[in-house]
Unconditional design. Structure first.
Ligand code: OAD
Length: 242
């Protein structure tokens, strides 16, 4: 389907939809200047995300992992939500039953004003004690390495779901309810390579939703969705509301 007619099809579906669920990935924040994980500028000191975002990497070298997160914190602290984040806040206001699932940990969706939101991979501005499990907000840029819990002095880690770890069970329940009940499922700016989010498109489709993808490049999801539109999130998402 040609891009304009695919976009028009999604707009028509949006007008009729009673329930809309959206999944976002790093591509939506790329337009705010946050590097994606698998893009050309996604490497830090030649490490891939998979080599640093794991419990094993943290156990082996917590200083290195915190240095990586400090690099990301410094970068993200200077960035603001873009037109795509803002358009999703507008959509949340317009649609009765709306849910936003994001894999992004940058906090740009809540910063834009999204409320009906699951940050399924956590948030870079939260830390968790590896001993007592206490979670707290922390906006230090840079954070002092190594950071320790103010309650029990245990080592703090980012409150982020790493490779090999499970999603929070309440988040997962909310996601599945949102996938089960939506008429329209929009997948925006994700490479569709990290599970379980990578399977959400097929889950929503099996449950009867119309599934659309907005992404700069083709992805493994492109073949299974009902329509796919290639382009930048900051251009395409606001266009849906016009
Ligand atoms: P990726 O870096 O894997 O993919 C980003 C996708 O966004 C790619 O398909 C790009 O083509 C697309 N893209 C880039 N710029 C875009 C733009 N301006 N508009 C629209 N699309 C654009 O990021 P994710 O799929 O989010 O996990 O990665 C999934 C998870 O892997 C992340 O949440 C992260 C990472 O390891 C954790 O942090 C735990």
């Amino acid at each position: 389907m040609e891009s304009n007619s695919a976009l028009q099809e999604i707009k028509d579906r949006l007008v009729k939809a009673k329930s809309v669920t959206v999944l976002t990935g790093a591509g939506i924040s790329a337009d705010s200047g946050v590097p994606t994980f698998r893009g050309a500028d996604g490497l830090w000191k030649n490490y891939r995300a998979e080599e640093l975002a794991s419990p094993e990497a943290f156990e082996r070298d917590p200083k290195l992992v915190w240095e990586w997160y400090n690099w990301r914190r410094e970068l993200i602290a200077t960035k603001s939500p873009n037109a795509a984040h803002i358009a999703l806040v507008e959509l949340e206001k317009q649609i009765d039953r709306f849910w936003l699932i994001t894999q992004n940990v940058d906090g740009l969706h809540p910063a834009a004003g999204s409320k009906k939101l699951s940050e399924i991979h956590g948030n870079i501005w939260k830390v968790r004690c590896t001993d007592c499990g206490r979670v707290e907000g922390n906006h230090d840029v840079p954070i002092a390495i190594l950071p320790h819990c103010t309650t029990c002095r245990g080592l703090l880690r980012p409150h982020i779901v790493w490779f090999g770890e499970s999603l929070d069970s309440e988040d997962l329940r909310n996601c599945h309810e949102a996938l089960r009940s939506c008429d329209l499922f929009l997948i925006i700016g994700t490479s569709g390579t990290v599970y379980p989010a990578a399977s959400f498109g097929s889950v929503a489709k099996e449950q009867g939703a119309f599934v659309a993808e907005l992404n700069l490049d083709p992805t493994p999801n492109s073949g299974l969705v009902d329509v796919t539109v290639q382009g930048r999130a900051k251009d395409l998402v606001p266009e849906l509301l016009k």
